[in-house]
Design a protein around this ligand. Sequence first.
Ligand code: HEC
Length: 147
Amino acid sequence: MKQSILLTVIFMLIAGTCLAEPPQRDPDELHPNQVAVFMRAKLEHAKKLLEGLATEDYDAIEKNAQQLSLLSLASTWQVLQTEEYVRKSEDFRRATDDIKKAAERKSLDGATLSYMDMTLKCVQCHKYVRSVRTASLQSILDRETGK
Ligand code: HEC
């Protein structure tokens, strides 16, 4: 008798564990991760673009330039809601579109020049994002220290 009660309890414990809902993740906790994955995709396309240029593979150049252009339109791209960020995004998109157009004309030099221009835009936007972050950190510090 004792044994069967024990078995029932063990059974219920196991069933309870199996039926329990998986722990829900906090959406805010997931978000930064998703942004990082999204942002990293740019690097993958930029690398493939360089490979396309180095091997004169116009399909690869066109495809990856197009992907980069599309990424810049996605909502996950819109990390900062400033005019400057929007402008930087447009500059970037223009460079990727120039790469694509040059590839369509089979102009390897043109595509390479626009690739360099695009790379500048990557770096310039990151510099800008860092400066905004530093500035907002500074204003929090100033507020805390009563400046
Ligand atoms: C208009 C702005 C803008 C442009 C242009 C841009 N990025 Fe970014 N990038 C961002 C922002 C915003 C982040 C996220 C920064 C953060 O939240 O820490 C980011 C993050 C990244 C990261 C880091 C992801 C991680 O692991 O956290 C990589 C890699 C990256 N970008 C690559 C590129 C490459 C390559 C290009 C050009 C082909 C590019 N980006 C162009 C805005 C831009």
